[in-house]
Design a binder for this molecule. Structure first.
Ligand code: HEC
Ligand code: HEC
Length: 92
């Protein structure tokens, strides 16, 4: 297509509109989905900057720690995949 506005010679059919509506719906659902799942960032304090291992995190955030993860929290070990790490954090 080398027309000036790319639309000349093409009129959307009913099916094209249906398709575009579906694409738009998927995009909106994805955007809403990501904002719902926003996790809390890891606090930027001396404690959290110093920790470098999952095991260390769990001494406080394990079942009997001072700040346990909520019940049903994922068992994943890559905390920073979901909780943004503090700026300037240097760890494993
Ligand atoms: C020495 C104990 C201790 C260790 C070790 C520790 N934390 Fe925390 N963490 C806390 C406390 C206490 C809070 C809540 C108070 C605050 O906001 O500082 C907290 C809060 C958090 C929060 C914010 C959620 C909330 O409850 O406000 C996240 C996310 C978090 N920690 C992740 C981690 C990760 C990831 C590690 C390992 C890299 C880690 N923590 C290691 C004590 C600890
Ligand atoms: C797969 C994503 C994911 C991973 C990986 C993950 N978390 Fe979470 N975490 C969440 C979600 C979602 C919540 C609940 C929403 C919120 O309040 O942040 C949560 C909540 C928490 C809370 C309580 C926050 C509050 O509101 O008091 C703590 C503490 C916490 N996580 C610590 C950790 C630690 C430590 C690790 C690493 C062992 C970890 N998380 C790994 C997704 C994750």
């Amino acid at each position: 297509m080398t027309t000036d506005n790319g639309k000349q010679g093409w009129q959307p059919t009913r099916n094209d509109w249906v398709f575009m509506l579906i694409v738009l719906t998927v995009i909106v659902v994805l955007i809403l989905g990501t904002s719902e799942r926003t996790t809390k960032a890891t606090p930027d304090d001396a404690t959290h900057r110093a920790i470098t291992s999952h095991k260390a995190c769990m001494t406080c955030h394990g079942e009997h720690g001072i700040r346990p993860q909520p019940a049903g929290h994922v068992k994943a070990t890559q905390c920073f995949q979901c909780h943004q790490q503090p700026a300037g954090w240097k760890g494993a």
